[in-house]
Design a protein. Structure first.
Length: 148
């Protein structure tokens, strides 16, 4: 097992659990490069591998602790409050709704893999404008890996 498998499972789980998402994919700079042209892609979640740390266990065996971030992106043209909290129409989801849905979908999941449960570490604002809000939710897990 490695971090790529976990990233794929996170994406699959988000797609399955949050049906109203229009975009769920690996993050590759979409927010910086495509924000103005992303109109039909909201609400969106982007998953990014944040890195690993390693603790030696014995011989060639290490425990690898991996971090992932899920960037949730919401857009609403009706103002800042509805951008964050959602609108009066049931299909209008705000950034806070997305943060809660991602936490509910991923917290304490191991996806059937031989890894520790995924645990949330931090949720924080990444970017906000009059029409778009992006929050990052950081998760951590660990697994044993042999490097021979």
């Amino acid at each position: 097992m490695d971090f790529e498998q976990i990233e794929d499972k996170i994406i699959t789980e988000l797609k399955a659990q949050i049906a109203y998402l229009r975009t769920v994919e690996t993050y590759a700079g979409q927010i910086e490069s495509e924000l103005a042209s992303m109109t039909g892609r909201f609400p969106a979640c982007y998953v990014v591998y944040g890195g690993s740390s390693f603790d030696w266990v014995d011989g060639p065996n290490h425990q690898e602790t991996v971090e992932f971030s899920v960037l949730v992106c919401a857009k609403n043209l009706r103002g800042n409050e509805e951008l964050r909290k959602g609108g009066p129409v049931a299909a209008e989801y705000g950034a806070y709704d997305l943060v809660k849905a991602v936490l509910a979908s991923l917290t304490n999941k191991d996806f059937g893999l031989d890894m520790e449960f995924l645990t949330p570490q931090k949720a924080s604002l990444v970017f906000i404008s009059r029409t778009v809000a992006v929050y990052g939710i950081d998760f951590k897990t660990a697994f044993d890996k042999t490097y021979a």
